[in-house]
Ligand binder design. Structure first.
Ligand code: FAD
Length: 461
């Protein structure tokens, strides 16, 4: 069903009347364009209405009303999904970005968040009590989207994926019921929420385990690009025995003076003195151009990385997951990845290891539970250079294809291009059938169609 702007207000009067505190925005409202914007300025999708929910009841009413009228529905948290699946053309968006409160229980060491909370919201609230949990790397990313896909980050070795720290969630199902999912209640749904994507309902709140942590030893180490082969080989040997407390992000970026450099970005979350010793060998891997490693609060570390990925720029991304850096993959990165296509583009590699690798492949929906490197090929260009789009997309796709023969067949569902739907079953591996069963149980009509890692309940029974 397609709705014209003029039909909008009449059709939606009923929904507007039942929202408690929430607000409906239409394309001709002054605030619409600003609220519609996602982190990736390239996404131009225009929904028919945006329901800015403030309460769980707002979410329930909007799900029921939207379904009763047969309209496409999507869910938006912090709006950082790269391909824009939190918006659907002519659909209704359930926008949770104003539901972002965080409550810390310092005794139980838990955090309760509303589903629109960002990583930054949680980190800032927990820091006041000397606590933190596993997060991703950029403060504006939504905790919910991050958790539903898994959640790689700088504390992964010590605390596991973000999803591994989830204790409980409240979910509005496709039929508008509010259910709790945890180890005791709806354990099947709880299993699926930890890596299975936003396929089963709208999460309205989440509870996380917290860990004592305020300061980490972290920062960039930069090496000349012509030493990249040597440094990456040594890095590959080093991470095989690195302690859980140390997680190292690596990759290529361009410095402000235009030089392309190789970077290692270690984060050590144990005692800083021990960390200095553990990190010391990294300084001998090549000629250090820059050494910024120092004690820093976790909060400052995460906010310090925001400048690399401002909202509004145009982005395209491809990923491949490797079991390590071998000669072939290092060659592919250097020969096909460099030079980077713009000063803002980068190659960023997460190191999955430690606590995250010790969780069994069937314990949560996130299936790739062995040590690996998740390579992000991030193309970024300014909106005023639309001619650059194809060149940037081709750059990312080209290296991705060069890495593919050496990569795991699936990938990280949070970062799969919507045109890569065939990689979704491979990413879930032996968990895929169980996830389809969950989909049939909780969302048989495929209401949450626009989600990351989209599962289709096509084999309806
Ligand atoms: C700058 C940047 C940095 C990133 N860094 C990392 C990183 O360090 N580690 C990592 O693992 N990933 C990272 N990602 C990827 C990130 O995990 C995904 O893009 C994630 O989907 C973002 O979540 P969001 O809530 O902000 O997204 P949104 O765009 O708001 O939502 C995306 C999708 O998530 C689902 N979803 C969101 N909220 C809900 C909800 N309440 N209920 C049900 N479904 C929901 C829906 O399917 C929705 O379409 C990064 C992305 C960006 C843009």
């Amino acid at each position: 069903m397609t709705i014209t702007p003029s039909q909008n207000r009449t059709l939606f009067n009923e929904l507007a009347a039942v929202l408690r505190g929430g607000q409906l925005l239409f394309p001709d409202d002054a605030a619409y364009e600003q609220v519609r914007q996602l982190w990736n300025g390239r996404v131009k999708t225009r929904p028919a209405a945006i329901a800015r929910c403030l309460t769980v009841q707002d979410v329930i009413h909007t799900v029921r009303w939207t379904r009763a009228h047969g309209l496409p529905l999507s869910v938006r948290g912090a709006g950082h999904e790269i391909f824009g699946r939190s918006l659907r053309e002519n659909g209704v968006v359930i926008d949770l970005s104003q539901m972002r409160s965080v409550t810390i229980d310092p005794v139980a060491r838990t955090a309760q968040i509303q589903a629109g909370a960002t990583m930054g919201n949680l980190i800032e609230a927990a820091e006041k009590y000397g606590l933190a949990t596993a997060t991703g790397t950029i403060s504006g990313v939504g905790m919910t989207g991050l958790t539903l896909g898994g959640g790689y980050g700088p504390l992964i070795g010590a605390y596991g994926l973000v999803a591994d720290n989830l204790l409980s969630a409240q979910v509005v199902t496709a039929d508008g019921r509010l259910v709790t999912a945890n180890a005791e209640e709806h354990p099947d749904l709880f299993w699926g929420l930890r890596g299975g994507g936003g396929n089963f309902g709208i999460v309205v709140s989440l509870e996380y385990r917290l860990h004592p942590l305020t300061t980490v030893l972290s920062g960039l180490l930069l090496y000349p690009v012509d030493q990249a082969r040597t440094v990456l080989h040594r890095f590959n040997e080093f991470i095989a025995t690195a302690p859980d407390e140390l997680t190292i992000t690596s990759g290529f970026l361009q410095t402000p003076d235009g030089a392309t450099v190789l970077f290692l970005s270690p984060t050590y979350c144990g005692a800083p003195e021990a960390g200095e010793q553990v990190i010391a060998p990294l300084r001998t891997f090549g000629t250090l151009l820059v050494d910024q490693v120092q004690p820093v609060t976790y909060n400052d570390l995460i906010h310090g990385l925001d400048a690399f990925t401002p909202a509004g720029r145009h982005y395209y991304l491809q990923t491949q997951s490797l079991d390590g850096f071998q000669t072939e993959t290092i060659n592919a990165l250097i020969e096909h990845g460099l030079p980077l296509p713009s000063p803002f583009s980068m190659i960023n590699v997460h190191n999955f290891h430690g606590a995250a690798s010790r969780v069994g492949a069937s314990e949560t929906a996130f299936a790739l539970r062995q040590d690996h490197l998740m390579v992000e090929l991030i193309a970024a260009w300014e909106p005023q250079s639309p001619d650059d789009e194809q060149r940037h997309i081709q750059w990312a796709q080209h290296i991705s294809q060069a890495l593919a023969p050496y990569a795991f067949k699936g990938g990280y569902i949070n970062l799969l291009d919507e045109k890569e739907q065939e990689r979704v079953p491979l990413a879930f591996g032996s968990n895929y059938e169980r996830l389809l069963d969950l989909k049939r149980k909780y969302d048989p009509d495929d209401v949450f169609h626009s989600t990351i890692g989209h599962l289709t309940p096509k084999e309806k029974s």
